[in-house]
Design a protein around this ligand. Structure first.
Ligand code: ADP
Ligand code: MG
Length: 273
């Protein structure tokens, strides 16, 4: 093991369809390109089996996955997938995925039951995740976690594993901004003593022409402060097209597009911070 002290980011928002998985994959790929020259490494941990990061990147799943790791059925090395293995020539030599499958739900219940029998349930699940995954900091410059959508002791344990959260917020509904709903899970976790910071709010599905989108952006800036709100990611059909074409990321599919530039700005922000 090296003496790296990598950073761990959670892409978090309880709502589905706000761009979490897209952000996890795109940010991780962008960071992997950044660290390529130093031969650094970036890991995506897929805590949301429905997001299916492995399939989005057109990678072959392996025999073991995150659930097996958490339940002591395999080692980290047995389940991590190199994104360089894509069959179609899209080499991402510095990017790795810790995939999950439907079995994660089962593993999660099993861990929660084990922890509950032990008494202090969320603490124990946290300890298991810290024990099984905490060392990623020594192996990877950046770890990006695609978070589970549900809210329970398990999500808290995932937040506990991370250093910072990036919160994608879909800019189509003003009503939610003032209620802090998007960051309430993280604020609650913080109030239990979980040490996670909010790196930034990431406005997604942004359509400059729509009054609602501009209003949501303005409200986010007012609510969270200008410096906490990242460059908005435009609404674009290329986000659905890119993974469908041989599992490309938008940096491969349309690197000069406005959406790719917006995500590059997030990559630069995180890299520089
Ligand atoms: P989540 O992980 O929060 O559920 P996803 O990243 O899976 O959200 O995105 C949901 C869907 O919206 C996917 O089909 C994705 O391709 C698409 N999508 C993501 N970001 C954008 C965007 N900025 N503009 C248009 N479509 C997007
Ligand atoms: Mg997702």
């Amino acid at each position: 093991m090296s003496d790296k002290t990598g950073r761990v980011f959670a892409i978090a928002n309880r709502k589905g369809g706000v761009g979490k998985t897209t952000t996890a994959i795109t940010l991780a790929h962008g960071l992997a390109k950044k660290v390529q020259a130093q031969n650094g490494r970036v890991l995506i941990i897929d805590f949301d089996p429905q997001g299916n990061v492995t399939a989005s990147l057109n990678l072959q799943p392996r025999e073991f996955d995150l659930a097996d790791l958490l339940l002591d059925r395999c080692t980290f090395k047995d389940c991590v997938v190199s994104a360089n293995r894509a069959s179609d020539g899209y080499a991402r030599p510095n990017l790795f995925i810790l995939p999950s499958a439907d079995s994660l739900a089962e593993a999660k219940s099993e861990l929660m039951i084990k922890a509950a029998i032990g008494g202090r349930r969320s603490v124990a699940v946290e300890d298991i995740l810290a024990h099984k995954l905490g060392f990623v900091r020594q192996l990877f410059d950046y770890t990006v976690i695609d978070c589970p959508p549900t809210l329970d002791a398990f999500s808290d344990a995932v937040y506990n594993l991370a250093d910072e959260a990036i919160v994608p917020v879909k800019t189509d509904f003003l009503g939610e901004v003032g209620t802090v709903r998007h960051t309430s899970d993280i604020l609650a976790a913080q109030s239990y003593g979980i040490d996670i910071k909010i790196a930034c709010i990431l406005p997604t599905f942004f359509d400059q022409r729509l009054t609602i989108a501009r209003s949501v952006l303005e409200a986010l800036v007012t609510h969270y402060g200008k410096s906490s709100v990242a460059t908005p990611i435009p609404r674009s059909t290329i986000f659905e097209q890119a993974p469908a074409v041989d599992g490309q990321t938008i940096f491969e599919y349309q690197p000069d597009s406005t959406p790719a530039r917006a995500y590059q700005s997030l990559v630069d922000r995180i890299y520089a911070s």
